[in-house]
Design a protein around this ligand. Structure first.
Ligand SMILES: CSCCC(=O)C(=O)COP(=O)(O)O
Ligand SMILES: [Mg+2]
Length: 239
């Protein structure tokens, strides 16, 4: 449970890995849910909102869906924790404003921020790859109980700029964008399917298994695993 990884860069999943799924589901989702109606009716003319509403209509095959119908769909997707791109865009809009306003403060497991600081200080580059939109990621890392962590991060990737998390091509895209050889990258995630996709792209992987998380019981297959970030050694020569 203390993997050593010979890599130059760490790529982080958020939900279930750096942070509790329960916080996302119990705090962030209700925050978004309570603001969708106003967003869809009062701000439908904003390009990002309009594009996401068109995306919902396309995904559901309901070209005439009005704001109320779209809100219903978004709430159903929230109930399923479905990582649909238009939902993630709209969540990103609402959450960014919530974090900026001070309504929301991000959650990180206690072992995460010390490890991120130590890796960064040792010259390991840090990236995020999450289903949460880049806007949501930026807001999340900028408003933490330990202050603004964005300066630690070299880049942010989501399903829009990289692609779906279960497809190896997405990890190849990230490696190329980050200018890193695949075998110099390690992906930390709680989901076996994501780890399988990263490994298929030639990356190192570590499955993060935290008791109480939804994927804990499923396990991470034959990927190296860690219970916390504290035991993960990353660096040239596995330092
Ligand atoms: C700051 S992103 C909030 C979490 C979220 O909405 C999400 O979908 C995270 O999914 P992940 O890919 O990080 O498991
Ligand atoms: Mg996750």
């Amino acid at each position: 449970m203390s993997p050593r990884v010979d890599a130059d860069a760490v790529v982080l999943d958020i939900e279930g890995t750096t942070s509790a799924t329960a916080f996302v589901v119990d705090v962030l989702y209700p925050y978004a849910r309570s603001r969708f109606a106003a967003l869809l009716t009062e701000r439908a003319g904003e390009p990002e909102v309009a594009r996401a509403m068109a995306g919902v209509r396309e995904l559901t095959g309901e070209p005439d869906a009005d704001a109320a119908r779209i809100e219903k769909t978004l709430n159903a997707w929230l109930d399923e924790d479905r990582k649909a791109a238009p939902l993630k865009v709209l969540q990103g809009v609402v959450w960014s404003e919530g974090f900026a306003r001070g309504d929301l403060v991000a959650h990180f497991y206690a072992d995460v921020v010390p490890a991120l600081r130590a890796w960064h200080a040792a010259g390991v580059r840090l990236y995020v790859y999450s289903s949460g939109s880049v806007a949501a990621q930026r807001a999340w890392f900028s408003a933490t109980p330990e202050g603004d962590l964005l300066p630690l991060l070299a880049g942010l990737y989501d399903t829009e700029n990289a692609g779906p998390k279960l497809e190896p091509a997405s990890y190849r895209r990230i490696a190329s964008a980050a200018g890193a050889a695949p075998d110099r990258l390690v992906f930390l995630s709680d989901r076996r399917g994501e780890l399988d996709a990263a490994r298929a792209a030639g990356w190192h992987t570590v499955g993060v298994r935290r008791p109480g998380e939804p994927y804990y019981a499923v396990g991470v297959g034959d990927h190296p695993e860690a219970g916390t970030f504290a035991g993960i050694r990353v660096g040239g020569g596995g330092r």
